[in-house]
Write a protein that binds this ligand. Structure first.
Ligand SMILES: *Cc1c(COP(=O)(O)O)cnc(C)c1O
Length: 807
């Protein structure tokens, strides 16, 4: 068990932190100082817990997992840490005795928004799961000074404000300057053979120092503690020798470069920015991480020969794939390995997760940029490519096929190809996605090396997304089934026996209503809008992207609006349509969709004929902390991407576990939600992935769909004409001419599904039973399950023995 301090002790620690760190006494301390003092107390315990946990991991020779990712979308830490450590109630009591309210202190914490969306949130959920299962793990990422921008809507138009999170957030970071490493850019390579040794000299390079700071994520009951090591680029180690040597420009360049590398998170989701700074960020992360891993390993082992027995390195998407040539570089240039023995080890260490099938999202780097920025890495990629292609040719693989698989081709370094060619494991993030990888994206690889390919469906940290975000439901579940589900999400299934129990369904509905009221209060405060908790809360929150089809949703709302104007007596259950999404700052079309939704909402609000029945609210600044408020309050979960485009989705899982019904396509993990709950407990519509593919092949004609549906045509006309003095012909033109995500083809079916959801909702018993089944079947979407699969099938790691707790 967790070591629980007496309440008095907690109070003393908080008091002494206030004195020690801020030089204030409790009665003069601000809420912000109190939050930080409490954070430091918790951090201190996690640091001790981590070091005990790692000691045991080393005694038991448990593999260490290094999870490399450019993004970790952590959100807040204080509540999660206290909850997982089982200390929330002790702290609540202790603080109450000091006249402090724990919930108010929670509100002092800014979100650590070091990510864009699902991919970064997944990485954060996985740190929690690894700690909870007792798997020793380190995440590596960048300590961006500015996280994902704060979104502000001005007359419906998205504007971006900087997210300077460090003043409130760095309290969680423990700086480790003595573990800094040097990362080299630019320059030229001088290499020659000397007495049978290949000597490589990197000359005239630009030097940037990488300084780590660590943040901890505790698992449930403190079974383990994960570490997230964030690298900051600095010029602290300013190179005076360059000044003295007269190389003034390079000295200044070095300083300027260092200061920009970790300045800001790139705000594009599913769309790589081919900028030189982004390449520098990627290499900076992987070089620092690989050097850190190898240094640590050599400190204990003297050799890298046993590296694959001791560690696994996971590449979350292609962004950190340069870790592969970087490890080859360190092994060959710094540790004396030859190519073949280094390559053998590298292949056994690395595994890769793919996150997208959309071709525009597959990362490529132009060779000129790559070579000038990373000259040595370029040589190594070239050699990996040469050997890979030669190997394939020798196997008798067709020349075109080899070209398509090559890591280096057509003047580009192809990051996904480099990953698949090098890693021992390649996985997609849902069953459907993993099949599409084998059939289409990586088909050429699949025919040659099928054994590499596997699936691990994504998962969510169910303790954060259910227990912490929805304490009302968690308490009810505990009353009904015991609290086993907290540690083992599969136990949620015990709820199934209440599927037709009116008293239980009633109680669950009451919890939902409370959550809707809680959200309504927030919306009132933030937007001034009044939400009716008895209306259907119909929610679409996720990044704004055409493939996710927020415009399909809006187009259907517009259609119903026009219908209600025509026929005010039409049967219609009051509905609140909630949207939340950030658009990439340069994504004009996405910003246009936001404005369309906002203006549609204003038009409806101003229309007495309908404004008691429909309400459209666009919530600003969708982020983890807002998601935690929204998920428990949703009746309907909109998961309406074109089938075959969303790799998995994790928002869908968060809604499901909170008892929302999914209205969606058979895309990503929606397919597995269907398998879990059965078709009768979700609302499906639209083409499946194969139908969408075939229709596209046959020559898709969006206009034909508008022509045969007068209501759709009328809605599109209204889009073109616009409202609030703004026309949206960019949207209507795009839909009628190319409609790349087949909004019009799925419209009719979506429209019917929306109306079906209304009929189902009106039958309260049936609806509530559907909600219950969704929660009951959500256990398989716990990140614990996903991490168990990674551990068994990919990393081959067994948890440290259970029993002993470390915090
Ligand atoms: C879960 C989550 C996402 C991912 O949502 P999808 O619907 O799976 O795209 C994005 N942003 C935030 C803040 C999240 O919590």
């Amino acid at each position: 068990m967790i070591y629980r301090q007496p309440i008095r002790k907690i109070q003393e620690s908080v008091n002494s932190m206030l004195e020690l760190v801020f030089g204030v006494s409790l009665k003069n301390a601000t809420d912000e100082q109190c939050y930080k003092a409490v954070a430091l107390c918790v951090r201190d315990r996690m640091e001790k817990g981590r070091s005990e946990f790692i000691q045991l991991a080393e005694q038991t020779k448990t593999k260490h997992i290094y999870y490399l990712c450019m993004e970790f979308l952590l959100g807040r830490s204080l509540k999660n840490s206290l909850f997982n450590l089982g200390l929330e109630e002790d702290y609540r009591k202790a603080l109450a005795g000091l006249n402090l309210n724990l919930d108010a202190l929670y509100e002092q914490e800014p979100d650590a928004g070091l990510g864009n969306g699902g991919l970064g949130r997944l990485a954060a959920c996985f740190l929690d799961a690894m700690a909870s299962l007792g798997i020793p793990a380190t995440g590596y990422s960048l300590r961006y000074e500015y996280g994902i921008f704060r979104q502000k809507l001005v007359d419906g138009w998205q504007t971006e404000l900087p997210d300077f999170w460090l003043p409130g957030g760095k309290i969680w970071l423990r700086s480790e300057p003595e573990k800094s490493v040097e990362v080299r850019f630019n320059g030229r390579i001088d290499d020659y053979w000397n007495n049978g040794f290949h000597v490589v000299n990197h000359k005239d390079f630009t030097k940037v120092m990488a300084v780590p700071s660590d943040l901890y994520v505790p698992g449930i009951d403190g079974r383990g503690v994960s570490r997230l090591r964030l690298w900051a680029a600095t010029s602290e180690d300013f190179d005076m020798s360059l000044f003295n040597g007269g190389d003034y420009l390079r000295a200044v360049e070095q300083k300027a470069m260092a200061e920009t590398i970790t300045k800001v998170l790139y705000p594009e989701d599913n769309h790589p920015e081919g900028k030189s700074l982004r390449l520098s960020q990627q290499y900076f992360l992987v070089s620092a991480a690989v050097q850190d891993i190898i240094r640590h390993h050599l400190f204990r082992n003297r050799t890298l020969d046993n590296l694959p027995d001791c560690i696994a390195i996971h590449l979350n998407d292609t962004h950190p794939v340069l870790a592969i040539p970087e490890m080859m570089r360190v092994m060959m240039d710094e540790c004396g390995y030859g190519w073949d023995s280094a390559w053998e080890i590298v292949q056994n260490v690395f595994a890769y997760t793919n996150h997208t099938v959309m071709s525009e999202a597959l990362e490529c780097w132009g060779i000129n940029l790559f070579r000038s920025r990373l000259p040595r890495i370029y040589q190594i990629v070239e050699e990996i490519n040469r050997r890979f292609c030669a190997g394939m040719h020798n196997k008798g693989v067709d020349g075109y096929q080899v070209g398509r698989m090559a890591p280096w081709n057509d003047g580009f370094v192809k990051m996904a190809n480099l990953a698949v060619a090098s890693c021992h494991s390649v996985n997609g993030v849902s069953k459907l996605h993993s099949e599409i990888l084998k059939d289409r994206v990586f088909h050429d690889f699949y025919t040659e090396m099928p054994e590499k390919f596997t699936n691990v469906t994504n998962g969510i940290a169910h303790r954060r997304w259910l227990c912490q975000a929805n304490p009302g439901l968690a308490a009810l579940l505990t009353e009904l089934t015991g609290d086993g589900f907290v540690r083992d999400a599969a136990e949620l299934e015990k709820l199934m026996k209440y599927k037709s129990d009116p008293a239980v369904l009633e109680k669950m509905a009451a919890v939902k209503r409370e959550n809707k009221i809680r959200l309504a209060k927030y919306v009132k405060r933030e937007n001034g809008a009044d939400l009716d908790p008895d209306s259907i809360f119909d929610v679409q929150v996720k990044r704004l992207h055409e493939y996710k089809r927020q415009h399909l949703n809006a187009l259907q709302i517009l259609t119903d609006y026009l219908r209600l104007c025509e026929n005010p007596e039409m049967e219609f259950t009051p509905r609140t349509y909630l949207f939340g999404a950030k658009a990439a700052p340069g994504y004009y079309f996405a910003k246009q969709i936001i404005r369309f939704i906002v203006d549609l909402g204003k038009t409806i609000d101003a229309d007495e004929r309908v404004n008691k029945k429909m309400k459209v609210v666009y919530l600003e600044d969708y982020r983890v902390t807002l998601a935690e408020l929204l998920m428990p309050a949703a009746d309907l979960s909109e998961q309406i991407s074109l089938a075959g485009t969303e790799a998995s989705g994790t928002g869908n899982m968060k809604f499901m576990i909170n008892g929302a019904v999914t209205l969606g396509t058979l895309d990503g993990a929606n397919v597995e939600i269907r398998d879990a709950v059965g078709e009768e407990n979700m609302i499906l519509f639209g083409m499946d992935a194969q139908e969408a593919e075939e229709r596209k092949k046959a020559g898709y004609q969006p206009r034909a769909f508008a022509e045969k549906n007068p209501e759709l045509q009328a809605a599109l006309n209204a889009v073109e004409k616009g409202f609030c003095g703004v026309d949206f012909r960019d949207i209507s033109n795009s839909l009628l001419s190319s409609d790349p995500y087949m909004v019009l083809a799925d419209f009719d079916s979506y429209d019917k599904a929306r109306h079906k959801s209304e009929r189902l909702y009106r039958d309260a018993d049936q609806w509530r039973s559907m909600c219950l089944v969704n929660t009951a079947k959500a256990g398989i979407f716990s990140a614990d399950r996903a991490i168990r699969e990674y551990a068994e099938n990919i990393w081959h790691v067994k948890p440290v023995p259970e029993g002993k707790r470390h915090v």
